[in-house]
Write a protein that binds this ligand. Structure first.
Ligand SMILES: [Zn+2]
Ligand SMILES: [Zn+2]
Ligand SMILES: [Zn+2]
Length: 134
């Protein structure tokens, strides 16, 4: 769906800035921070970008991703997946498959307190092949 239609579908006003932001998010192959978006999109200040990214996340159009640093990154909401991050250069691999739902059942079995597990977050950290050669 077009960015404009997605926004209207969620009851958000399709301002040029929001349309550009959402389109850039969907075009990106990895999670991006507000600062990185600020460099990509002209004509909007950083505070507006922060606010609009939060609003996209609140409306289910974007997903917050947190790695080990304090930066909050965003990516297009889509299929559930995980990331592999190089701790040296920060390159990110998108991992499309998730087999962890099987583990959820095991975790739940071990708990007397919980009736269900609704979601999980997990990122992997390591060294990419380029950094490994340095
Ligand atoms: Zn690396
Ligand atoms: Zn991702
Ligand atoms: Zn998963």
């Amino acid at each position: 769906m077009e960015a404009e239609a997605l926004l209207k579908d969620k009851g958000l006003r399709a301002t040029p800035h929001r349309v550009a932001l959402l389109a850039a998010l969907y075009a990106s192959s990895r999670p991006v921070s507000a600062e990185e978006m600020h460099k990509k999109i002209s004509g909007a200040d950083l505070v507006t970008i922060y606010r609009n990214l939060q609003s996209l996340a609140a409306h289910g159009l974007a997903r917050e991703v947190r790695f080990k640093d304090s930066t909050v990154r965003y990516e297009a909401a889509g299929l559930h997946h995980h990331h592999l991050v190089c701790t040296t250069c920060g390159i990110v691999d998108e991992l499309p498959e998730c087999d962890i739902h099987l583990l959820e059942k095991e975790v739940l079995k071990k708990s007397d307190t919980f009736a269900s597990i609704d979601e999980h977050q997990l990122e992997f950290f390591g060294t990419c092949t380029v950094c490994a050669k340095r």
